[in-house]
Design a protein around this ligand. Structure first.
Ligand SMILES: *Cc1c(COP(=O)(O)O)cnc(C)c1O
Length: 421
């Protein structure tokens, strides 16, 4: 109400965005709807406080309550993920990953990660990001036929390149990671192994994806994807990490502050603490399992309509459609990822264009579409709604002119499944 009076322009735009989220399906795989409790902590007076340093060792006074908030957040994360040390201060996923490089590598050191067009993340060594700019990064991929991580190639590359740091994690990989195998590869060359579980953290916390914790040294994650918290990130050190390098917790804390950041966002840290409490409930376990069930149902339905999926399906919260050679389209009338994204958007279905492995079309006009089920599962949707949504996707891609009609049906469905209250 105050904002409405003081700044009509921003208030109006926030209303419009809220309404967009309420009346359309958020199926961008990295997005979700956090709880009102999380948003309340995020909008609290904690945003006003400077707290450079760590609990008990701050550069400013007045942090007696802030210390308790941050410590509670750390303790909850340690318990939920079963790790030895957690830093909850990174402002987001990319800064968290930057801190891992700073903590473990010197500029120019050899590093390894999954290539972006194969489903990896920018920060895992692509040329345009700091990993690729400041380190000697090589990139591995997936198998051309199965689209599964090519573990033999990873091993061969590790032997040749001798990385100091190995990244495993993805933004568009629909399959389960074999953490144990990756752990063995990293150990055989003496590399630090980081699992970047940004996308799947909620699934790991909820028991719907195996945890990397026993097999890796470091785990990074964002807090706003399947974990369903505020925008933020965490860096965790496992027992295995501590065994390899007892100084790792200290190195990571120093890399975050003062290495890369100044004052932490304690309002966000309080909101992460709230999200971690939510994530340790039985209801969250149910939600995590339902995300995967929903993704599997959506994938199976899409396949029935003739869509090809990267790796043939999904085992987590996301899938990638390969739009080439769609049977619904007459020969010569192919559709690009960008066109399909716009089309679905006009039907009230928000997804994003994405590269597919070995994409012949290049990164600017990719041949794929990525979609995820986290946010629509948060709204309470289940298998019957997935069948409905798959049908709509099929209809829109087959016949553009039905988009406005489907947008109305999407709106009706959204009304029955409101955002978390
Ligand atoms: C989203 C993501 C990140 C980066 O997070 P931002 O908060 O967008 O900086 C890093 N790694 C992976 C695997 C991600 O999916």
């Amino acid at each position: 109400m105050k904002l409405q009076k003081q700044d009509v322009q921003i208030a109006k735009l926030i209303d419009l965005e809220t309404n967009r989220q309420k009346t359309t399906l958020q199926m961008i795989a990295s997005e979700n709807h956090c709880s009102p409790a999380v948003r309340e902590a995020l909008g609290s007076h904690l945003t006003d406080k400077y707290a450079e340093g760590y609990p008990g060792k701050r550069y400013y006074g007045g942090n007696q309550f802030i210390d308790k908030v941050e410590q509670l957040c750390i303790d909850r994360a340690k318990k939920l993920f079963g790790v030895e040390h957690v830093n909850v201060q990174p402002h987001s996923g990319s800064p968290a990953n930057a801190a891992v490089y700073v903590a473990t590598c010197a500029p120019g050191d050899p590093v390894m990660g999954l290539a972006l067009p194969m489903g990896g993340h920018l920060t895992h060594g692509t040329k345009v990001s700091f990993g690729g700019k400041f380190f000697n990064a090589v990139q591995y991929g997936v198998d051309e036929k199965t689209h599964l991580l090519n573990y033999d190639a990873v091993e061969k590359m590790a032997r040749e390149h001798k990385p100091k740091l190995m990244w495993v994690g993805a933004t568009a990989y629909p399959r389960i990671f074999d953490w144990e195998k990756l752990g063995e590869i990293a150990d055989s060359v003496g590399a630090y192994l980081v699992a970047d579980i940004a996308h799947i953290a909620g699934l790991v916390a909820g028991g719907a994806h195996p945890s990397p914790v026993p097999f890796v040294h470091i785990v990074t994650t964002t807090t706003h994807k399947t974990l369903r918290g505020p925008r933020g990130a965490m860096i965790m050190v496992t027992a295995k990490g501590l065994k390899k390098d007892a100084e790792l917790p200290k190195k990571i804390d120093k890399a975050v502050f003062p290495g890369l950041q100044g004052g932490p966002h304690e309002n966000a840290i309080a909101a992460i603490a709230v999200c971690l409490k939510e994530a340790s409930t039985p209801a969250f376990k149910k939600y995590a399992k339902q995300i995967v069930k929903n993704a599997k149902t959506l994938a199976e339905e899409l396949k029935k309509y003739g869509f090809n999926l990267v790796s043939g399906g999904t085992e987590n919260h996301l899938m990638v459609i390969d739009l080439r050679n769609l049977p619904h389209r007459q020969a010569g009338k192919s559709i690009t990822g960008a066109e399909a994204q716009d089309l679905l958007e006009s039907a009230g279905i928000s997804i994003n264009k994405n590269s597919i492995p070995f994409d012949p079309a290049g990164p600017f006009k990719p041949s794929g579409l990525r979609m995820g089920t986290a946010a629509i599962t948060t709204r309470g949707m289940k298998e019957p709604q997935m069948r409905q949504i798959a049908g709509w996707i099929n209809e829109v891609i087959s016949n553009h002119s039905v988009a406005p009609k489907i947008a109305q049906e999407v709106k009706k469905l959204c009304k029955k499944f409101p955002l978390p209250k």
